[in-house]
Design a protein around this ligand. Structure first.
Ligand code: 3PG
Length: 402
């Protein structure tokens, strides 16, 4: 793939638009940021953009969810990480932002508000349409170049991802460049197959991704935990529906049809951990009651998954296997990550949650590739062309020819 790299670019004195992804897990009770992995990562890109006027933008959460919030605490966190002022502007395309940009000096950094507060940033559109979005029309006259570093949003064809790159040189940020470097060979080798370990919560997205990975011939086996695992347990009717906390009938239907279509591809938990008197209690599936709530995989399942890991050459893991924020229910996630770190398999981990746990366990260095991207990474591994990477490729072709 062809990209304009920051490594040989001098963007001094330019006004730069940096589209990153600092969409972070948010505590639903006090709305604080739970995990700063993505902020830490993007700080490295920002450090490379020193002597310019830097306008940073990202989305946070999804419309209707409790994590769909403003970005002021992201600016505070970035300022702390960089030891430089990152000024938050509670606006995206209004007169306040324009005035702020016009008054910037080299070395200044602005963080715009949550891009998804603009309706158009919640819908997919072609680059040609994105050029005419409010965001790109209003702000592009003030920018000389853009830097695209939102690898974890590279599967979304949103104006901030594909629009600016039509009008100005688009450079790859260090995250995007690192991901492409680490994964390009794998993506371009269609014979490479994975044992996938899927956990986490974004259920409809995960279901689509599994289907895509299987259709792309990439999957040997899929080991399931977390809420996605509960969806499959619900679909297999081995435990009472209420114990899974899954009420999305469509997802259960999709999981059921995947189990019917590909019976050999899925390995479900055979025992689980439920909460009794606020403590972890492990049960075989047949013993789970309607009043139980499943929060983790159990010891037999951990052992079974570990044996699968022993036989795998390549592993892709996304999302925690249980409610890891609660000490009682982090065992499954921790044990499997430990096993992966000490196995011979080439492992790719996906998503901020796993990256944070690996950091806590000091295991990052023992993993082949740790990515904070989730859905985008899965789509990349299927071999799909991602809008952000296409935008970078087109820009490199356009500007290298001049
Ligand atoms: C992610 O966390 O996967 C990215 O930030 C993309 O978010 P989205 O799935 O809401 O588009």
């Amino acid at each position: 793939m062809n990209i304009l790299s920051l490594q040989n670019a001098d963007l001094s004195n330019k006004t730069v638009f940096l589209r990153c992804d600092i969409n972070s897990p948010i505590n639903p009770h006090d709305l604080s940021i739970l995990d700063k992995s993505r902020l830490i990562e993007v700080s490295n890109t920002i450090r490379k953009l020193n002597n310019c006027k830097l306008v940073v933008a990202s989305h946070q959460g999804r419309l209707g969810n409790s994590d769909y919030i403003s970005m002021n605490q992201h600016a505070i966190a970035l300022s702390e990480l960089l030891d430089r002022t990152v000024k938050f502007v509670p606006d995206i395309i209004g007169p306040t932002v324009i005035t702020e940009i016009q008054n910037m000096d080299n070395g200044d950094i602005l963080l715009l508000d949550n891009l998804r507060f603009l309706a158009e940033e919640n819908s997919e559109m072609s680059p040609e349409h994105a050029v005419n979005s409010h965001l790109v029309k209003k702000l592009s006259p003030y920018f000389d170049v853009c830097v695209l570093d939102a690898f974890s949003t590279s599967h979304r064809s949103h104006p901030s991802i594909v629009g600016f790159a039509e009008l100005m040189p688009a450079y790859a940020g260090t995250i995007v460049e690192g991901e492409v470097k680490a994964l390009q060979n794998i993506v371009q080798n269609p014979d490479m197959k994975f044992t996938a370990i899927l956990g986490g919560a974004k259920i409809p997205d995960r279901l689509k991704s599994i289907q895509k990975l299987i259709n792309a011939g990439r999957i040997e086996k899929t080991l399931l935990g977390g809420l996605i695992g509960n969806t499959f347990l619900a679909a297999s009717e081995q435990v009472p529906l209420s114990s899974t906390s899954i009420d999305d009938k469509n997802s259960i239907k999709t999981a059921k049809s995947l189990l019917e279509q590909y019976p050999d591809k899925f390995i479900l938990a055979e025992d689980v951990a439920v909460e009794v008197d606020r403590k972890r209690t492990e049960k075989k599936l047949v013993d789970v009651d309607a009043s139980d709530k499943i929060f983790d995989i159990g010891a037999m399942t951990i052992q079974n998954f570990s044996q699968q890991i022993d036989h795998a050459e390549n592993i892709f893991i996304t999302g925690p296997l249980g409610m890891f924020e609660n000490q009682e229910f982090r065992l499954g996630t921790v044990e499997i990550l430990n096993k992966l770190a000490n196995s011979n398999a080439k492992t790719i981990t996906s998503g901020g949650h796993l990256s944070a746990v690996l950091e806590q366990l000091q295991l990052k260095d023992k993993i082949y590739h740790v990515s904070t991207a989730g859905g985008a990474l899965i789509r990349y591994l299927t071999g799909e062309e991602l809008p952000l990477l296409q935008a970078l490729n087109n820009s490199a072709t356009r500007y290298n020819q001049r």
